[in-house]
Write a protein that binds this ligand. Sequence first.
Ligand code: AMP
Length: 313
Amino acid sequence: MGWSFFASFFDRSKREEEYVLFNRDDHMRVAHTPAEIRRQLNTLRNHKTIAFVPTMGCLHKGHMSLIKEAKALADIVVVSIYVNPLQFGPSEDMEQYPRPFERDAQLCAEAGVDFLFHPTSLYPKSGPKITLKATGLSDCLCGADRPGHFDGVVTVVNILFNIVQPNFAVFGEKDWQQLAIIRRMVSDQYLPIEIIGAEIIRETGGLAMSSRNRYLNERDRQQALSLSRALIAMQELASTGEKDIERLKIRAFEILDIADITPQYLDIRHATSLKRTRKLTAHNNRVFIAAQVGSARLIDNMPLTIPLLETTP
Ligand code: AMP
């Protein structure tokens, strides 16, 4: 089946606001306004459970794994695609952020998504006057490098939650800090939504999949591989019983230096409080990294576990 088939298919399905899969009865409905998606879901929510996957589009296998998780959790899967202006800083890649909507819609339809919410805007023209603010968990890591970023994230996720009103929402562990902040938002705001974390999906070679990987040229890509390699090297060292944070970091820097990468941060923290650790503890150690590689800002994280023997007194 050639591209021309899909192209003509898209023309038709776009008009119908529905993506119907070839040879299948399934169909995915597309909504462009909050009122539309609410209307579509309202008749269903009394007798069906809803799992929600918020994204900014340019979907890859990482997003697809969240959708798979969502399908296993609930009767209905809703995916949103919205590039949220509130979470981008003035010098960030908001304008050039890739928006291949037709391709994304097809991927969602193939993955069995029931509703795709693709709003043009979620804020009044004059900008939102009431927003949420994330504090504490958002002061470190990406929050320190991207002031206001997590305020934008919690504000838009809260709006999306209000619109979709899901039973479950699935977020990737790739954005571990975001996941921790959203869990805290749901708890602080008493939202009746269960947050599910889904594991990081990686390219062959270990690079965490990201919509921003498409900014990488061949040289950048080689450099980018050093991020996951450095974290794996730390995992290996931790598995020998090394608890000293500085020695673990030195191991990572050996690998990053060879690739000529200076990370924005390389930090070992408690997985849920995100507080810095002085020494690896029995549980919940996580290493976080962010680095600018070419024109892409990349992030990654992994658990660090010391052998059980080392943790017994
Ligand atoms: P984004 O479109 O980048 O805002 O991401 C939407 C969701 O997909 C977030 O919950 C991300 O954490 C998740 N995600 C992005 N990349 C990956 C990945 N490689 N593995 C797992 N989840 C991911």
